[in-house]
Design a protein around this ligand. Structure first.
Ligand code: HEM
Length: 267
């Protein structure tokens, strides 16, 4: 098992598939992300709304932010808000998201590094990057399955069974399929189970095609929109424009517990 984690599955695959074909596949996936996101922005008009809203808000600004302050807001937003998905508050929802998010980033980066630098005749091997590839997939599974079975709002607050699938689940399910089938492929290939490893490789490829080919229909692009929105929100707070919202009252909030009184489970 330990040996498998240190083995680059793509270099074993290179015995039957050319490294050039693998590299082309990765580039095609990146092209699909760009195309899917751009077409989605055009169709949903969300980017037009975003910039119009930001322009409108700017008119309400009460102060000018300098370059240094802007840089510090950007850095803080990146590290705290985006890097720890702070909008999910404290708790399981945020922890599962952080696991899945970093797992996926590690999985993708190590896939690129392994395929471009450590796969093919005459290339050396890297147990560190091979290990990261497997760890990334495992973290994605931990965060993703936790979310899928227990935390999804449909399941945790609306009492729908975990196996009810709707279009909004495309992203999380395709993501989970990629990591799960990727791990199963690596395991069976490492153990020389030719038939099974071919089956899991096919499923791995298919789930990648669905994940990256489905960007237009899925929640994939939230990983670009969310950081943009967080930066805009924090800049609008600093320049006093506050997205056209009124400032907080100076009296303490006294609304009782409100929605914090109990978990939303009214069914
Ligand atoms: C590689 C980067 C990322 C991955 C793989 C990822 C993955 C996911 C997944 C699988 C979901 C569940 C989607 C669903 O079915 O409802 C989700 C939801 C969400 N993501 Fe991300 N995400 C990423 C980046 C981000 C970033 C950068 C932010 C914010 C700064 C963010 C904020 C959120 C929020 C607020 C939700 C809703 C969570 C909930 O319903 O509990 N994500 N993300």
């Amino acid at each position: 098992m330990g040996k498998m984690l240190n083995t680059n599955p793509f270099s074993l695959l290179a015995e039957i598939v050319s490294p050039f074909a693998m590299q082309s596949f990765l580039i095609a996936m990146i092209v699909l992300i760009v195309l899917g996101t751009i077409i989605q922005m055009i169709h949903h008009k969300n980017i037009i709304y975003f910039f119009n809203n930001a322009k409108k808000a700017k008119l309400q600004a009460t102060r000018e932010i300098g370059v240094a302050e802007k840089a510090s807001i950007l850095a803080k937003t990146t590290i705290v808000d985006i890097g720890t998905t702070s909008e999910l508050g404290f708790g399981k929802r945020r922890l599962s998201h952080v696991l899945g998010m970093y797992g996926t980033i590690i999985f993708w980066v190590s896939s690129v590094v392994l395929v471009f630098c450590y796969t093919g005749a005459g290339k050396s091997s890297s147990s560190m990057w091979s290990m990261l590839w497997h760890v990334g997939a495992i973290l994605t599974c931990v965060g993703g399955y936790w979310f899928w079975f227990f935390l999804r709002v449909d399941v945790s607050a609306e009492a729908h069974p975990w196996y009810r699938i709707i279009k909004a689940d495309l992203f999380v399910l395709a993501l989970l399929a990629c990591s799960t089938f990727g791990l199963a492929w690596s395991y069976t290939q490492f153990n020389g189970q030719a038939g099974l490893s071919f089956l899991f490789l096919t499923l791995f490829v298919a789930s990648n095609l669905i994940l990256f080919g489905g960007v237009y229909w899925s929640k994939f692009a939230h990983m670009f929109y969310k950081p943009g929105a967080a930066i805009q929100k924090n800049l609008a707070e600093a320049d006093g424009s506050r997205d056209n919202l009124p400032p907080p009252a100076d009296a303490p909030e006294q609304f009782g517990l409100g929605i914090k009184r109990e978990e939303p489970k009214h069914y």
